[in-house]
Design a protein around this ligand. Structure first.
Ligand SMILES: Nc1ncnc2c1ncn2[C@@H]1O[C@H](COP(=O)(O)OP(=O)(O)OP(=O)(O)O)[C@@H](O)[C@H]1O
Ligand SMILES: [Mg+2]
Length: 287
């Protein structure tokens, strides 16, 4: 396979048998994802209006803002579900705009959805395995004979899925159909599926929405572990300001499709526009 200079460098080790999930080297502090002047319109609605922001390797970068601010639209542009009319989304120098979601995920961007997107009838193990579909590429011939490359890939995929299951502390649930799990655990499985793509940047759209307090605390801990133990950058869309303040390194605040503030959590809450947007938002947020 041709080596592509823009993909994260651990990509080049993916063909090795059983590389440890925990030992990928990352260049902490480097910009790993950058959006420049994104504009996205739906008919008369401008969901994104010249949005620029960047994410550094190894940070948790929160995106907050009232309902309809454009947060999910931004994530959907980054992951290739929406195509902005203007602007660029750069990963290591390559513009992602116009690439398919599959191609984008293979460049190292993994995501979860605001609404759950799991196969309820399939087990935890199977759902996480689905996240590795892009890596299952030995082809029909190897598959038919089931040795050589096919077996090596299979071993590697299974080992990766097991590492993720262990990392997320759901070993005892591996054979349980996802539909039988609590909501909080289902969201954890969804996180596992996103990790199965071996992303360099993880995009999370409201990962604790609808959870009880204990589930929220668990998820916050796993998000921190993703950053600290796996060294990934995390883009976190979240309405729970307490959690954002606790775990994020930097925050981008959006309102009406624009960025209205950016900085460390303690700094952004002092920006008057942000305070105004949030005071206004409290009343609008459905229970
Ligand atoms: N597929 C779509 N078709 C039409 N309009 C859309 C679509 N997706 C988003 N929008 C509109 O774009 C604007 C931004 O929506 P978006 O979902 O990005 O907001 P958000 O910040 O994620 O809000 P929330 O906190 O409620 O999830 C809204 O006005 C929304 O109605
Ligand atoms: Mg949203």
């Amino acid at each position: 396979m041709e080596k592509d200079p823009v993909v994260p460098h651990y990509w080049h080790r993916r063909n090795e048998v059983l590389p440890s999930f925990y030992n990928y080297c990352h260049e902490k502090g480097k910009v790993c994802l950058e959006a420049r002047k994104l504009t996205l319109r739906f008919g008369g609605i401008t969901a994104l209006d010249g949005v620029s922001f960047h994410v550094q390797q190894g940070e948790i970068h929160a995106i907050v803002g009232p309902n309809g601010a454009g947060k999910s639209s931004l994530l959907n542009c980054i992951s290739g579900l929406y195509r902005p009319q203007q602007g660029e989304i750069l990963v290591r120098g390559q513009d992602l705009v116009g690439l398919s979601p599959d191609k984008i995920s293979m460049l190292g961007l993994g995501r979860t959805f605001q609404r759950l997107a799991l196969f309820k009838g399939m087990t935890v193990l199977e759902n996480i395995f689905v996240g590795r579909h892009s890596f299952i590429r030995a082809g029909l011939l190897a598959g038919a004979f089931y040795w050589g490359k096919g077996v090596r890939e299979d071993i590697r995929n299974q080992a990766m899925v097991e590492e993720i299951i262990e990392f997320l502390e759901i070993e005892h649930l591996r054979n349980v159909p996802v539909g039988e799990l609590s909501y909080g655990l289902q969201k954890r499985v969804e996180l596992g599926r996103a990790l199965a793509l071996e992303p360099a940047v993880l995009l999370l759209d409201e990962p604790v929405a609808g959870m009880n307090l204990e589930e929220k605390e668990d998820m916050a801990r796993f998000i921190l572990d993703v950053k600290e133990d796996l060294g990934l950058a995390v883009v976190l869309i979240e309405h729970e300001l307490d959690m954002v303040m606790d775990i994020s390194d930097r925050v981008t605040v959006m309102n009406f499709g624009r960025v209205i503030g950016e900085g460390q959590p303690a700094q952004v809450v002092q920006i008057p526009e942000v305070v105004a947007a949030y005071v206004g938002a409290e009343g609008q947020r459905p229970a």
